[in-house]
Ligand binder design. Structure first.
Ligand SMILES: NC(=O)c1ccc[n+]([C@@H]2O[C@H](COP(=O)([O-])OP(=O)(O)OC[C@H]3O[C@@H](n4cnc5c(N)ncnc54)[C@H](O)[C@@H]3O)[C@@H](O)[C@H]2O)c1
Length: 315
């Protein structure tokens, strides 16, 4: 990776990935784009262009202008929002991806886009979910992610585009608030713990899902993109995770640092149904074997860092 174009760069992942990539590859070599502007270092700290990913011509024009050799495609509608507007989700998640892949094919660039644990469904094995397994998701987001994985593999096999991806679990971070996924509770809980000392979870007690702290997610993207192509047996997309946790696991981790913290439940049936269709814990053996994936943050280390960084942020 020498010159990188990022779509959806103002989102939860992009806002941290852009900064990290600019540190490593040089400010001018990381071109951030998003459909909107914001008061963010992503916009002020290096090249930034407004780009709607459903506009193929503009995406191609920007990629040519900066002569990029890598496309990191992040713009998407996340699981809970996609369930509320499946038609918009299809248009953004599928046509946006197709445009980004076409730009990569046209300009012969490397390509990364994230899949998700949402690419699994109710009849996928729930514990230690294998890399290669049944993928029959019941959400629009999941349908988009499975189709996206297949489309990226197609572009690799058919056109030789160097496509790579991971199936991210729920991502926890403090820089930018999450964009409407099912695992957002695991971010909200930290904000509320500090602001109110209590949290009402919309996910039911005992519901386990995979999670990861953002620094591990950002490192995973960079490590996979820098991995030796010949070592990759899989491509789209690798299972990766750091923590398999339920709401009460977060409660316990927060209580170690804020003993007065309390939690209760008011379950949201839409997001609960999505959560129940996803794995409890996924197996990352392929990512470890093929490109050395390793997460550094467990739930306690993540909780310590989240609370410290959020205290600073919230004053
Ligand atoms: N955050 C997670 O927990 C998580 C987990 C698994 C997979 N993922 C995947 O990672 C990718 C990025 O996720 P995120 O959490 O950063 O998302 P996000 O919702 O935080 O950010 C998405 C960004 O895309 C932008 N966008 C929306 N419509 C656009 C359009 N038409 N053109 C250009 N930009 C547009 C938004 O303005 C936003 O800044 C997505 O593919 C998502 O499915 C995220």
């Amino acid at each position: 990776m020498k010159k990188i174009l990022i779509t959806g760069a103002l989102g939860q992942i992009g806002s941290e990935l852009t900064t990290k990539l600019r540190e490593i590859y040089g400010t001018d070599n990381v071109v951030a784009t998003d459909i909107r502007e914001a008061d963010s270092p992503v916009v002020t700290g290096g090249p930034f262009e407004i780009l709607d990913v459903t506009d193929y011509e503009k995406m191609l024009m920007i990629a040519k202008k900066y002569q990029v050799d890598t496309v990191i495609h992040l713009a998407a509608l996340l699981s809970a929002k996609a369930e509320n507007n499946p038609q918009l989700a299809w248009n953004l998640n599928m046509n946006g991806l197709m445009n980004a892949l076409e730009v990569a094919r046209e300009l012969d660039t490397k390509f990364f886009t994230p899949s998700s644990i949402g690419a699994f469904g109710p009849n996928t094995p729930k514990d230690l979910t294998p890399q290669d397994t049944i993928q029959r998701p019941t959400t629009m987001y999941g349908v988009n992610k499975v189709a996206g994985e297949l489309l990226c593999d197609y572009y690799y096999n058919r056109f030789g585009v160097d496509t790579r991806g991971v199936r991210f679990p729920g991502l926890i971070s403090y820089v930018t608030e999450p964009g409407g996924g099912t695992t957002d509770y695991a971010v909200e809980i930290y904000y509320e713990a500090l602001k109110k000392g209590s949290y009402t979870s919309y996910i039911a007690e005992g519901t386990q899902m995979d999670m990861m702290y953002m620094p591990d997610a950002v490192n995973a993207i960079i490590q996979l993109m820098e991995a030796d192509s010949e070592k990759l047996v899989h491509r789209n997309a690798f299972n990766i995770t750091a923590v398999s946790a339920s709401p009460e696991d977060f409660e316990a981790a927060i209580k170690k640092q804020l003993p007065e913290f309390t939690m209760d439940y008011k379950v949201d049936p839409v997001r609960q149904k999505i959560a129940e269709s996803w794995p409890n814990s996924i197996d990352c053996a392929a990512a470890k074997d093929e490109w050395g994936f390793e997460a550094k943050y467990d739930i306690d280390k993540m909780t310590t860092d989240m609370l410290e960084k959020l205290r600073e942020k919230l004053g």
